[in-house]
Design a protein around this ligand. Structure first.
Ligand code: GRF
Length: 212
């Protein structure tokens, strides 16, 4: 397990404290941090990263940037329930108001979901309910559709099934490869996710100024 406390929690009353859960390259995490630093999240502030892949791109970037993080594999802690129990402890210490799943490729269990239910969102690279689960851009290409997209939704106990907050469509061209389609989807994700997070922060700002 790796814990970096580079930025200690220093809550000010008008900030919505955001944690990002990511296991991949972290382009959405990075983009959200950059929006947060530029003041583009309506008072929201990305304060930490949590990851089940301690050496993923998102984690390495957090280290480079001095962003606090908590990282451990499920295996090293004895499985998902133990991992989630420890992650919840860290997220409580960080006084997190809103959790953003951005490339966290697992179903969230009750231990982690219940404390943040209604304050945990996920970004998914399709127009849900189409193409849930892993490899959504590849699923879209295999299905031969001319349009796919991006969805931001609240997390529930299912796989990509929670109430939808926002969707944007993305065209699929006959000439597309997985690389070109994924790049087009990412571009839309990098606009949509900060916009939804900002709207939630504006909504939460006056109502969640107490730690959970
Ligand atoms: C994104 O496409 C997101 O929708 C999905 O996982 C991918 C993460 O990409 N849940 P990145 O690591 O943020 O670049």
């Amino acid at each position: 397990m790796t814990t970096s406390t580079a930025s200690a929690p220093a809550r000010s009353d008008d900030r919505v404290r955001i944690a990002v859960l990511a296991s991949g390259t972290g382009s959405n995490f990075r983009n959200l941090v950059e929006c947060s630093r530029a003041g583009g999240l309506a008072g929201g502030e990305v304060v930490c990263l949590v990851s089940d892949r301690p050496d993923c791109g998102a984690a390495r970037w957090a280290d480079d940037q001095g962003i606090a993080s908590w990282r451990a594999t499920h295996k090293s802690l004895g499985g998902r329930d133990a991992w989630e129990a420890q992650a919840v402890g860290y997220l409580r210490e960080q006084r997190i108001d809103l959790i953003v799943l951005a490339g966290y490729m697992r179903v969230v269990g009750a231990a982690l979901l219940l404390p943040w239910e209604g304050r945990m969102i996920n970004i998914h690279p399709s127009l849900l309910p189409a193409f849930p689960g892993l490899h959504a851009p590849a699923q879209a290409l295999a299905a031969g559709v001319s349009e796919t997209g991006v969805t931001v939704h609240f997390v529930d106990s299912g796989m990509d099934t929670g109430p939808i907050l926002a969707q944007r469509s993305v065209p699929v061209f006959p000439s597309d490869s997985l690389t070109t389609l994924t790049a087009r989807i990412h571009e839309v994700e990098h606009a949509l996710l900060p916009s939804v997070v900002g709207q939630l922060c504006a909504r939460y700002q006056h109502s969640v100024n107490e730690s959970i």
